[in-house]
Design a protein around this ligand. Structure first.
Ligand SMILES: *Cc1c(COP(=O)(O)O)cnc(C)c1O
Length: 367
C-alpha cells in the first residue's frame, strides 16, 4: 500500500535526538530557542514561539491577541477540527462562512458579508481565522484588507502550508501565523507547533501563556498553560527544517506529474494553483464526479492509500450540532462529499506515481 503520508526520519534526526538525551536538557531550552530562530528566519517573521502542537499554537495565538468570551471569530467549516476548536477553547464563538470551490479555502466575500451581518445583529466579530488548506494559500491579501477596514485581528492557520507563498511572501507572516509539526505535516517534530508574529507584545504574551503565565521564574502574572515544546522535538525540527525546501520541490514535482497525467480523466477535477501562489501540496486533493466512496474502496484495493479530508465539515460535526449550529454552507458540504486526496509526499517513487495514475484511470466506468 502506498501510504498517504510518511514522515522522513534519517540518521541526522536520530543523532540530534541522542545529543539532546545526552545533554541532560530535555525540556524547553536552547534547542527550542534555536528552532524558533531558524523557523522565523525561514519564513521571514520577526518572532517565533514554539508550542506543544499546532492546536496549542492556535489556542495560544488567540489568547495572546485577547480573544475571549463574547468575541466572535470568523473561520472556515472545511478544515481539521482544531482550527475551530481553538476558538471554543478561549470561550469565543466560531462563525462559519463558506469556501471557494476552486481552492477549498475560506471565501473573502462571505467573510465580509458575515462581519457586516454579525455587526448588524449586535454580534462582536473580533477576528478572522483563515486556513491555508492542503498547502494552497487562502486569499490572504483580501482577508487582510477586510481586517484593516473593519479593525479585526487575523490569525492564519498555516498548519498545512509550511513555505507556501503569496506574491513572494510566506504564509503565516501576513498576520499572526500558526504551524503544526505533526508527523503527517510537511515537516515534523513528532508533535509540535509554532506561532509567528512581528509584534513583540504578541510574542511576549504567547511565551507567557505557553509557560504558566511566567516571565520571571515562579512569578505568575496571568493564567497560562504548559504548552511548551521539548528540546528533543526542537532537535528533530532543526534537522527537518534543513530539508523542507527540497521536500517541497519534490511535492510540487509529484503534483505536476499527477496533474499532467490525470488531466484527461473526465470524472475527476484536479487541483488548481492560483496566480501568484506557490502551493506546497500538503495534500493533492481531487474532486470525484461519481461515487466518491466507491472510488476510495477501489483505490485502496489497488494499493493506493487515499485520504478523505474532510468527510464532514466542522459545522456538521456532532460537537457543533450539539452547540446549536445549523448553518447551511453548500460549498463546504459539497466538498466533503466529493474530495479525495492522493499520495503526493516526497517519499514517492516514479513507479508509485505511475501506479497512482493507472489506478485512478481504471476507475472509469466503475464509479
Ligand atoms: C494539523 C492541523 C492542526 C492541528 O495541529 P496539531 O499539531 O495536530 O495539533 C490545525 N489546523 C489544521 C488545518 C491542521 O491541518
Amino acid at each position: 500500500m502506498i501510504p498517504i503520508a510518511r514522515p522522513l526520519i534519517s540518521e541526522e534526526e536520530k543523532q540530534a535526538v541522542l545529543a539532546v538525551l545526552e545533554s541532560g536538557q530535555l525540556a524547553q531550552g536552547e534547542k527550542v530557542a534555536e528552532f524558533e530562530q531558524e523557523f522565523a528566519a525561514f519564513c521571514g517573521a520577526r518572532y517565533a514561539v514554539a508550542t506543544s502542537s499546532g492546536t496549542t499554537a492556535l489556542h495560544t495565538a488567540l489568547l495572546a491577541h485577547g480573544i475571549g468570551p463574547g468575541d466572535e471569530v470568523i473561520t472556515t467549516p472545511f478544515t481539521f477540527i482544531a482550527s475551530a476548536n481553538s476558538i471554543l477553547f478561549t470561550g469565543a464563538k466560531p462563525v462559519f462562512v463558506d469556501i471557494e470551490p476552486e481552492t477549498f479555502n475560506i471565501d473573502p466575500n462571505w467573510v465580509e458579508e458575515a462581519v457586516r451581518e454579525r455587526r448588524n445583529k449586535g454580534g462582536r466579530p473580533k477576528a478572522i481565522l483563515p486556513v491555508h488548506l492542503f498547502g494552497h494559500p487562502c486569499d490572504i491579501e483580501a482577508i487582510i484588507e477586510i481586517a484593516h477596514r473593519y479593525d479585526l485581528i487575523v490569525i492564519e492557520d498555516a498548519c498545512q502550508a509550511h513555505g507556501a507563498l503569496v506574491d513572494g511572501k510566506k504564509v503565516g507572516t501576513f498576520a499572526t501565523g500558526c504551524f503544526s509539526f505533526y508527523p503527517t505535516k510537511n515537516i515534523t517534530t513528532g508533535e509540535g507547533g509554532i506561532i509567528l508574529t512581528d509584534s513583540e507584545d504578541v510574542a511576549e504574551r504567547a511565551r507567557m501563556i505557553r509557560d504558566h503565565g511566567m516571565r520571571k521564574r515562579y512569578r505568575h502574572e496571568i493564567l497560562g498553560f504548559n504548552f511548551r515544546m521539548t528540546d528533543i522535538q526542537a532537535a528533530i525540527g532543526l534537522a527537518q527544517l534543513k530539508k523542507l525546501s527540497q521536500w517541497t520541490e519534490q511535492r510540487i514535482k509529484n503534483a505536476s506529474y499527477l496533474t499532467e497525467h490525470l488531466n484527461h480523466s473526465p470524472f475527476i477535477a484536479i487541483p488548481i494553483v492560483r496566480k501568484g501562489c506557490i502551493h506546497v501540496f500538503h495534500q493533492y486533493t481531487i474532486r470525484i464526479r461519481g461515487d466518491r466512496d466507491r472510488a476510495v474502496e477501489l483505490l485502496k484495493a489497488r494499493g493506493i492509500g487515499v485520504g478523505i479530508y474532510y468527510p464532514l465539515p466542522v459545522h456538521q460535526q456532532p460537537l457543533y450540532q450539539n452547540l446549536g449550529y445549523n448553518d447551511s454552507l453548500p460549498e463546504a458540504e459539497r466538498a466533503s462529499r466529493e474530495v479525495l486526496s492522493l499520495p503526493v509526499h516526497p517519499a514517492l517513487s516514479s513507479e508509485h506515481l505511475e501506479m497512482i495514475v493507472k489506478a485512478v484511470a481504471s476507475l472509469e466506468g466503475e464509479i
